[in-house]
Design a protein around this ligand. Structure first.
Ligand code: FMN
Length: 175
């Protein structure tokens, strides 16, 4: 039985929901899981976990600064045990951009950091226009219009393939 830490960076909560699904899958296989928001990760003793997973969403082309800070500070511990990273973004709803090898944000992120995660994944996220402030809503609607996504300002569109999330959970158990 492994003790697994899942650290997440979220703005609107969807990455946390993905982590909760991962936790379920991993716990069904009798491992212990702790979910920690990236803002609280500095209070956690990383060395006490057997495996570490980091998940982060994209906003305006980037993961949050805290993600880079965490990776820099935790790199040695991460690399000393099985580790994984996943990114959440809506570009990944496109079949040609939904794999670690083809998702532009994940490719760019890996070029920017020294850590080489053992397992990688990318999941399509969620759009919920009512959650956003006026300008975010207009900008995301414009991007969606350009990329043939939903533009109705009341739309809630979840693109996440939960089977893919579950499969990643199984990979985390095996790594
Ligand atoms: C203000 C804003 C900016 C976003 N920018 C991007 C982006 O540049 N590229 C992308 O693929 N998705 C983008 N997204 C989509 C988010 O990655 C998606 O909504 C994700 O599910 C958010 O996860 P979270 O709730 O964990 O933060 C953006 C969403 C918002 C609200």
């Amino acid at each position: 039985m492994a003790h697994i830490l899942i650290v997440y960076s979220t703005t609107d909560g969807h990455t946390r929901r993905i982590c909760e699904r991962l936790k379920q899958v991993v716990e069904e296989r009798n491992h212990r899981v702790e979910l920690v928001a990236i803002d609280d990760a500095s209070q956690v003793r990383l060395e006490s976990f057997d495996k570490i997973v980091l998940g982060a969403s994209i906003r305006y082309g980037k993961h949050r600064k805290e993600v880079y800070d965490f990776v820099r500070a935790a790199r040695q511990v991460l690399e000393s045990r099985p580790n994984a990273f996943f990114s959440v973004n809506v570009v990944a709803r496109k079949p040609e951009k939904n794999r670690p090898e083809t998702n532009p944000y994940l490719r760019k992120f890996l070029k920017q950091i020294a850590w080489r995660p053992r397992e990688l994944a990318v999941f399509a996220g969620k759009i919920d226009y009512q959650l956003y402030d006026f300008w975010d809503r207009q900008i995301i609607r414009f991007i969606m219009w350009m990329t043939k996504g939903p533009t109705d300002p009341r739309a809630v569109a979840e693109f996440t393939d939960w089977k893919q999330v579950e499969a990643f959970g199984r990979r985390v158990c095996e790594m």
